[in-house]
Design a binder for this molecule. Structure first.
Ligand code: NDP
Length: 304
């Protein structure tokens, strides 16, 4: 039987450690602060951001939720970021994506002070990460490494195959795995004979954004499979394709009218040695790592 890597439990342990660090900093008169910028009314973004703000409160961090209207301009957003860059009570700035079409997302992410870039999206932090210097790393890939390490999955010397090369997940995940001494292969939509490559993976990281894309025959038996994908499925046909016969899932699907599936087909998990489920795998780590990143930014900014 494959081992289920319980992201919810790992995230809870990290949050507890963050809360302890926040208490230790409070004793020195320091309270790490996160500014969360949520533009307009994108339901998924609202859920994510409220959950991030709530987690700040739970762990003792200060947070400021800023909610510009969806008519906001790039110039207004740049002014907002400049003000947050200058505020001493703010250690981390989070701009929830996606932004409305009229806002220049890249210009905005580049305007965040690298020292406050707790999402690790600024090119300076991407460069530092690549150069192996202290950097604020993107939260989801950092969470992938925490899951592997805390589950005692050997990374050094392992062949890690990352499917996906986005700046937010795939590339930084590959870089972090390389720093942990994995032999890393990065795959993408132009990779020839993808299954041939993924079958060589001791650690397979799927960050594609296509429901159940990694089929059972693409996984080496016994491999560790990390499924970063979060895809909502709403049709009976899709449900049956992934979860036919899974009564617990079916009850939840019928109740809510949707369920989540990762980028890995659930049948592929059965062959693995260990895997992260969806939901309850990589997802919960993202917020925990954001909190850890904010505390780290607070300490780095003060030279601690
Ligand atoms: P992007 O769309 O930015 O990147 C997807 C990557 O997958 C691209 O590099 C693309 O290749 C590659 N890809 C697409 N189709 C194929 C294919 N047929 N074969 C091989 N590679 C392919 O997505 P993100 O990186 O932002 O997100 C990936 C997934 O992770 C999504 O499901 C997203 O919801 C989830 N996610 C989860 C988070 C969490 O908290 N757990 C946080 C962030 C994302 P190419 O570059 O050639 O186009």
């Amino acid at each position: 039987m494959p081992k289920v890597l319980d992201g919810t439990a790992i995230a809870a342990a990290i949050k507890q450690e963050v809360a302890e660090e926040v208490r230790a900093l409070a004793a020195r008169g320091i309270r790490p602060g996160l500014a969360a910028v949520l533009v307009g009314h994108v339901p998924a973004s609202e859920i994510y951001v409220r959950s991030k703000v709530q987690t700040c409160a739970d762990l003792g961090l200060y947070s400021d939720l800023i909610t510009p209207p969806d008519t906001v301009t790039t110039e207004e957003m740049l002014d907002l970021v400049a003000a947050l860059n200058a505020r001493d009570d703010i250690d981390g700035i989070l701009i929830q994506l996606p932004l409305p079409k009229q806002v220049d997302t890249k210009a905005l992410l580049d305007a965040v002070l690298p020292a406050k870039d707790v999402d690790g999206f600024h090119p300076v932090n991407a460069g530092r990460l690549q150069a192996g210097r202290p950097a604020l790393a993107p939260c989801t890939p950092a969470g992938v490494i925490e899951i592997l390490k805390r589950s005692h999955i050997p990374i050094s010397g392992a062949h890690a195959v990352v499917v996906g090369r986005s700046d937010i997940v795939g590339k930084p995940a590959a870089m972090l795995l390389l720093h942990e001494n994995a032999t890393v292969t990065i795959c993408h939509s132009k990779t020839r004979d993808l299954g041939e490559v993924t079958r060589q993976a001791d650690i397979l990281v799927a960050a594609i954004g296509r429901p159940g894309f990694i089929a059972p025959e693409m996984v080496k038996p016994g491999a560790t499979v990390i499924d970063v994908g979060i895809n909502r499925i709403t049709t009976r046909e899709e449900f049956d394709r992934f979860f036919a016969g899974n009564e617990k899932r079916e009850a939840a699907f019928l109740k809510r009218g949707s369920t989540l599936v990762g980028d890995v087909h659930p049948k592929a998990f059965e062959l693995s040695g260990a895997y992260t489920p969806v939901p309850g795998g990589v997802g919960p780590l993202t917020i925990a790592m954001l909190m850890a990143s904010t505390v780290r930014a607070a300490k780095m900014r003060r030279g601690l």
